[in-house]
Design a protein around this ligand. Structure first.
Ligand SMILES: [Zn+2]
Length: 157
């Protein structure tokens, strides 16, 4: 028997430590929370994807009375990016959320399992690691890749 660990490196950053490019992306995700349609969960999620063509594509959660018909912020952004800019590749992703009180969370929000699977497909298409920024009110967790969020990734690549 052999036991091994899989380690995920996380860098905790303050807003002051972000580069202007990183801050622009995180702020795009924060702005997107205000466009969430979340009358059921009252959990307002925003995502933003920077593409290699320079465009930042935002997304927000879009809920539905038939709950499975809604979608998360990350997938609304990545599928729009894929539909609108099929030749572009992902460079970085940011996600954040506000709670029912309207305030940004104390702890960073992280993508759900379905979004991790969706996002890792686009990371593989990019052919390189795509960093993920998970932002909260006073701190940001940076992971070097989407794959770090999803060990033993299922992929056709
Ligand atoms: Zn999700």
């Amino acid at each position: 028997m052999k036991k091994f660990d899989i380690n995920v490196g996380v860098t905790e950053l303050s807003y002051d430590e972000l580069t202007p490019e990183e801050l622009e992306l995180v702020n795009a995700a924060r702005e997107a929370t205000h466009r969430a349609y979340a009358p059921y969960s009252h959990f307002y999620v925003g995502a933003a994807i920077r593409l290699d063509n320079g465009v930042i594509v935002p997304g927000s959660n879009q809920e539905n009375a038939a709950f499975p018909s809604g979608t998360c912020a990350e997938r609304s952004a990545c599928y729009y990016a894929g539909a609108r800019y099929p030749e572009a590749r992902f460079k970085a992703i940011a996600v954040t959320a506000r709670g029912a009180d309207g305030n940004e969370l104390d702890e960073p929000a992280s993508p759900c399992g379905a979004c991790r699977q969706a996002l890792v497909e686009y990371e593989h298409l990019a052919g390189h690691d795509v960093p993920v920024y998970m932002a909260a009110r006073n701190k940001i967790y940076k992971l070097d890749s989407v794959s770090a969020l999803l060990p033993f990734t299922f992929t056709e690549f």
